[in-house]
Design a protein around this ligand. Sequence first.
Ligand code: FEO
Ligand code: CA
Ligand code: CA
Length: 704
Amino acid sequence: MLSNESTGPRRHAPARDRPLLPLLPMQGHTLGKRSAVTCHLKCADACFHPVPNESSNDYFRDIVGAAMSRRSLLVGAGVGAAAILLGSGEPAPAMAVPGGPAGAAGRGLAFAPIAPVPAAVDSFVVPTGYSWNPIIRWGDPLFAATDRFDPEHQSAALQARQFGYNNDYLDIIESKGPKGRSGILVTNHEYTNEGIMFSPALTAVEADEQRRVAMMAHGMSVVALERKHAGQPWTYRVGDPLNRRITASTPFTVTGPAAGSALLKTSADPTGRTVLGTLGNCAGGTTPWGTVLSGEENFNGYFRTNGTSTADARYGLANRPTGRLWEQIDDRFDATVAGNENEPNRFGWIVEIDPEAPNEPPVKHTALGRFKHEGANVIVGKTGHVAAYMGDDERFDYLYKFVSFDRFDKKKGPKARTHNKSLLTRGSLYVARFTGNSPEREITGTGQLPADGLFDGTGQWVALVIDGVCQVPGFSTDDALVNTRLVADAVGATKMDRCEDVEPSPVTGKIYVACTNNTDRGALGQEGATEPNPRVANRDGHIVEITETGSDATSVTFDWNLLLVCGDPATNTSTYFAGFPSEKVSPISCPDNVAFDVQGNLWISTDGAPNTIGYCDGLFKVPLTGPERGRVQQFLSVPREAETCGPVIRSEQSMVYVAVQHPGERGSWAAQSSRFPDYVPLGAPVPAGAWTGPRPSVVQVWKV
Ligand code: FEO
Ligand code: CA
Ligand code: CA
């Protein structure tokens, strides 16, 4: 059966007036980046705890305040926002950017950039000539149509058989079949928002079941797709043998040098080789051999620990109740219990699943180190060894690279696939150290850049582990892989402004690092501006472009420069768009995920723009070569309070896919603030049985 339509009974959000069990007590803060709700639910208020990187690494310290003679490339005029009715449940019209082109600049997908959409608008906005719909939504059944979404009667058993919550990484893997008619959707489910998912629990029993539902709404989904032919929208297939849910309870096999380490053993798993579940799955990457990698990011928020070790402090683990209180129903989340001390060490890894092998256990790769993994993207180097690029998404944390010991087997067939699936189990782990070419290290509020108009320099991949042997004196290999941050501190790695997605261009091999923001840069006691992170109080983020020496992904040295310094140039003169005139770009803030089209254009999705530049988050195209280099053009805008995730660009089919995460996150069960994607216009009669709350969804956009 195909299910792309509303399934299951639809209900009004009940306006009940009954006591709410305080599942997730909120701090009353607001941020100049992510919303308070996102911070609380996604990363356990990481930005409201002290920076966990207090290493004395001073590679780029003492830099703020260098007033330099610089050339301003920035023009004061900005891009005007279109007038769009606030609060409308109706999709807003796509509107051309004033001063912008009639069609997209650069090669690839043709579109007229949309105007930025004010943050209060609850609409999914695409360019003129394009249409969209959700492929699959939170709660849609994967295995039997009878597992219908019913938010009034949700259960853990049902949720384990339904699409999970807050989809993040996404890929649409087209099968080799005729005319592109079949495919596989793979996505992560990073975290849950219990306050809008559930009717307030009246009893402790009900609250505990909601916690179990939330556990089953985490993880990953694999969903079979079909369509009439390439370029047409997909529908998903209920009950396909490839359909799969991975949750907080799914067994994972541990690989690599730290598998079986004493640091990974618990009373429930004395082997240290089998872990239940995956948590905080954020971005990811699809490997050249067809598997999917996923980063376990904010795992610390799920565990209560003794909080006394250096590693606990460095990873943000503490002896305090967790936000979700899972430790009340499953003591593996309480690492203060004897025998559970190492349970948090079993999260914070890159995991790999084979979407074509639904019965094969997923794996956690210790060779790639443990930190708040945003994701991992793999490219085959000139020598045949593969490199995986990875960011640690924490203020002042680091950029990493893994290089495999074995070589990629480019042959087809099961033997090569099995070999390639072993590539991430053995190799070397490096951390980045940047050096600047120019004395200027800060973009000032007047938009002044270095005399050559560029922040650039060289860099080194500093070895932490070479083929399973730690290279840093005083640390064991288990230390290096399990408590990677501590070992990276010791070698003087460069402190970055929250590396999110890090991805090599399949066309040029250059690597693009999305540094989403770091408002603590330059704060009292914190490192100030550095050349690769050139703004204090970095609210809007930037993109670093890296060229490996010899264009070889396995090189241990590189050159780098800044591609974008983000923000709204209409109001912020510290922005930079690869030298492109700022009055011709779309405003962009808080870059998060990146992707490429077949023409080699960079696409950037954002997380946090509503709280910085006042617009909904979106998806942006950026040509990387030619006269249009740096010309940021907005393609779509996601609904109120949502984040744009997991972009997949199929420009050759005029199709784009995104995962829409946490729409309406600031609402409540009784007063939802988004109705995405099944919009019921405000003020319009609500159909009988309709549920008017938001559902995180995977959306496809196609040219009509
Ligand atoms: Fe889950 Fe770093 O974003
Ligand atoms: Ca992210
Ligand atoms: Ca990506």
